[in-house]
Design a protein around this ligand. Structure first.
Ligand SMILES: *[C@@H]1O[C@H](CO)[C@@H](O)[C@H](O)[C@H]1NC(C)=O
Ligand SMILES: *[C@@H]1O[C@H](CO)[C@@H](O)[C@H](O)[C@H]1NC(C)=O
Ligand SMILES: *[C@@H]1O[C@H](CO)[C@@H](O)[C@H](O)[C@H]1NC(C)=O
Length: 504
């Protein structure tokens, strides 16, 4: 076991190397001098080899095992809020090194902030194939509020960027004069409800969004649902939603009678009521030991809501939002040597209204994974992290992933039992129906399908949302998919046709 020691002053974990000079045999003096030198050189060199990467920036990380342990570089000034992340990395055999300059050798970078803006861009563009980073270039197109709100989708409340969209906004107000609005600025976290006449058109860098004013309430309280989503590739798109557990947060004050001044009644913040304290839900959670996900959806079902449909709509929303943003996000990967070095864990926050419509409120990059205040979240956070690391392959101890003999996903694993590929037709030309044949797939695509194969086998509590949730006719009619997205979609479809295990 290893520990994080906060400063250099604590050396108690090191044993002083002792050299026994009594060999019962009198060496000439110069010989013993040379030998002593050699021994110290040997010890010193080994020490350097084994521990140099572990001593870094005032943080000394001591590990009693060997230099082959993988290293996670936790890029953060302080690590107190990342304790669950570090725990899980350590439990899967990693040495965690925290700080703001890169250690000499690292396998995974876990950064709390977006790492591409500062001087790491060069470093991140030229990673080795096995190195992984927990953020993606271009993720801002998904997570910045203004970009998300400007998506015209049925799950996203109508939004207008000011002052550009003032005319459209006026038209909307004419049509629905009694609507309430939320004016959000890009820098501000807080929100407040206003009427159309109170909108500040002078404020730049802000946008105004329709307020979902009839939220579904439990025990009179408004709540939101946080779903953890992992994107493991942008081109082609491959994404999963954590289905075993969700974050459910209730407002502290009753929603009705509605009072715009009382933000505690309609803004879900850090200070919230958990499921375990809600009269209608706590027996499911506390007594029957259900998950938060099951406690909420079992209750909603009991009061007449179609829980399955709500959950399906959430997954469908995730899939459609991601595929819409995929084209833009993908452009940010220009200049990156390996496009598969990156993954992203986000939390998507949803609200359900009284008609059971699902609304996507925001997408958080670096979701809060600290259970300091809400201790009951600890298990979920660690499970989300563990399943994420498994999914993206960094919790795997197989070294073969980048070698010829990849035991977890071989060239044969991604092929289908079909005689189509052997047909004259497919042999002479790579027509559409032949494109999954070995000789028609590019090297990159084969590597990618093997990645998809591995991820599927390691997805644990995650369910794939893209490609999958949508049916094929929808995908063909509504989205302009790139060639690689089409191949991936078709590949999963063929897999699923042969075995249910591959369907989601
Ligand atoms: C808006 O509210 C006013 C007063 O509260 C009411 O008279 C009017 O009918 C409402 N308009 C619509 C379209 O609901
Ligand atoms: C995480 O959430 C808790 C409350 O749930 C809050 O106290 C804490 O400040 C948050 N941490 C970060 C880094 O946002
Ligand atoms: C696919 O989805 C569309 C839209 O939801 C629906 O109209 C259609 O019936 C579905 N087709 C199948 C085969 O499920």
């Amino acid at each position: 076991m290893y520990k994080i020691i906060e400063s250099f002053s604590d050396y108690s974990h090191f044993k002083k190397p002792t050299v026994n000079a009594h060999c019962g045999y009198a060496f000439p003096k110069y010989l013993s001098l040379i030998m002593t030198f050699c021994i110290f050189f040997f010890l010193g060199y080994n020490f350097y080899q084994y521990y140099s990467v572990l001593i870094w920036k005032g943080t000394l990380l001591f590990q009693a095992c060997n230099k082959n342990s993988p290293v996670v570089w936790v890029y953060a000034e302080k690590t107190t809020h990342l304790q669950h992340v570090i725990n899980i990395f350590e439990q899967t055999g990693y040495v965690a090194i925290a700080g703001i300059t890169p250690p000499k050798k690292w396998d995974v970078m876990w950064s709390y902030t977006f790492p591409f803006l500062n001087n790491f861009n060069d470093l991140l563009q030229k990673l080795q194939p096995h190195q992984k980073v927990n953020h993606m270039p271009g993720i801002g197109y998904l997570t910045l509020k203004v970009y998300l709100a400007s998506l015209k989708k049925q799950w996203i409340p109508e939004a207008f960027v000011l002052p550009e969209d003032k005319d459209q906004f006026d038209l909307r107000v004419q049509k629905f004069p009694n609507k309430s609005w939320v004016q959000k600025s890009n820098n501000h976290r807080g929100i407040k409800i206003i009427q159309a006449k109170d909108v500040d058109f002078q404020s730049t860098n802000s946008f105004i969004q329709e307020f979902v004013d009839q939220p579904l309430l439990v025990d009179g309280k408004k709540f939101d649902i946080g779903v953890y989503v992992v994107i493991t590739s942008v081109e082609p798109l491959l994404a999963y939603a954590y289905s075993s557990e969700i974050l459910v947060r209730f407002c502290k004050h009753n929603y009705y009678p509605f009072n715009p001044e009382d933000t505690e009644s309609y803004v879900v913040g850090d200070d919230y009521l958990p499921v375990s304290e809600m009269p209608s839900l706590k027996s499911y959670y506390n007594q029957f030991k259900m998950t938060v996900h099951d406690s909420l959806f079992t209750y909603l079902y009991s009061i007449g809501y179609n829980s399955q449909k709500i959950w399906y709509e959430i997954k469908r929303c995730i899939a459609e939002v991601l595929i819409e943003k995929q084209v833009t996000m993908q452009k940010s990967f220009t200049g990156f040597l390996h496009k598969q070095n990156f993954f992203e864990l986000v939390r998507m926050d949803f609200i359900i209204d009284q008609l059971a419509n699902v609304w996507l409120m925001e997408i958080n990059m670096s979701p809060n994974l600290s259970s300091e205040v809400h201790k009951l979240n600890a298990l979920m956070y660690e499970q989300v992290i563990y399943n994420t690391l498994s999914l993206v392959g960094v919790a795997s101890h197989l070294k073969s992933q980048f070698s010829e003999l990849d035991v977890a996903s071989s060239d044969r694993d991604i092929m289908f039992a079909t005689d189509q590929c052997a047909s004259e037709e497919c042999h002479s030309m790579c027509l559409n129906k032949c494109r999954l044949c070995h000789h028609c797939l590019s090297e990159d695509m084969r590597m990618f399908l093997k990645k998809a194969f591995r991820e599927h086998n390691n997805k644990g509590g995650f369910a794939r949302v893209w490609p999958t949730v949508l049916n094929a006719s929808m995908v063909q009619n509504e989205f302009q998919l790139s060639e690689s997205n089409q191949i991936l979609f078709q590949w999963f479809k063929e897999k699923c046709a042969r075995n249910d295990y591959w369907c989601f």
